[in-house]
Ligand binder design. Structure first.
Ligand code: 5GP
Length: 201
């Protein structure tokens, strides 16, 4: 059976990844969205088991030792990781998988799996990104400054992604995301598509 495609999506927090992915996942129920584990504190909008699986540092490190992560990274002083089994099971079953992770994890995956499709979502500007982070109101100035410098560092790495999408308007960003997924799948399946036509004489 043809394996599913792995889409790795990165964006600094505040770029609207969730708003882009939510309608896409609602529309196509065959896509598996990986819920990450993290040691960071839950925010007001977080729901354990839905937005993240919240873990203690000790629990997370135990899972690292048991080889339970597809990838993991340390970001802003906290662990974040993708549980391995559901991702592998879904890819093997032919389902597409979306991971929403930061750049270090994305590049680690690309090294191991060059066929993974890396997509970076950009804000229209840094000024707009700061405005969005401040509007969220859940974090103090120091945390926002830390997230802004992380964002700049990450945006500089976006040049090594397969695709970048600017979220300057939700509808257009969603359309761009769908187009990227379609193109990536067509490209990945080129040989199968040709064989299908040739064998369908
Ligand atoms: P936040 O704390 O704002 O929810 O996430 C901070 C960063 O961690 C984001 O860039 C997010 O994409 C990333 N992240 C979330 N889950 C994972 C994961 O499982 N692995 C890695 N490497 N990064 C993750």
């Amino acid at each position: 059976m043809e394996k599913g495609t792995l889409f790795v999506v990165s964006a600094p927090s505040g770029c609207g990844k969730g708003s882009i992915l939510r309608p896409i996942l609602k529309e196509d129920k065959s896509i598996y969205y990986s819920v990450s584990a993290t040691t960071r504190q839950p925010r007001e909008e977080d729901v354990d088991g839905v937005t993240y699986r919240f873990m203690t540092k000790e629990g997370f490190e135990e899972l690292i030792a048991r080889n339970g992560f597809f990838e993991y990274a340390c970001y802003c002083g906290n662990y974040y990781g993708t549980p391995k089994k559901p991702v592998q099971d879904n890819l093997d079953a032919g389902n597409d998988v979306i991971l929403e992770i930061e750049t270090q994890g994305a590049f680690n995956i690309k090294k191991e799996m060059p066929e993974a499709v890396l997509i970076f979502i950009l804000p229209p500007s840094l000024k707009e990104l700061r405005r969005r982070l401040m509007k969220r109101g859940s974090e103090d100035e120091e945390v926002i400054n830390k997230r802004m410098s992380e964002a700049i560092r990450e945006i500089e790495l976006a040049k090594d992604y397969d695709f970048v999408i600017i979220n300057d308007g939700l509808e257009e960003a969603i359309a761009d995301f769908k187009a990227v997924c379609r193109i990536a799948k067509l490209k990945k399946n080129t040989k199968n598509i040709i064989n299908e036509v040739l064998n369908n004489a």
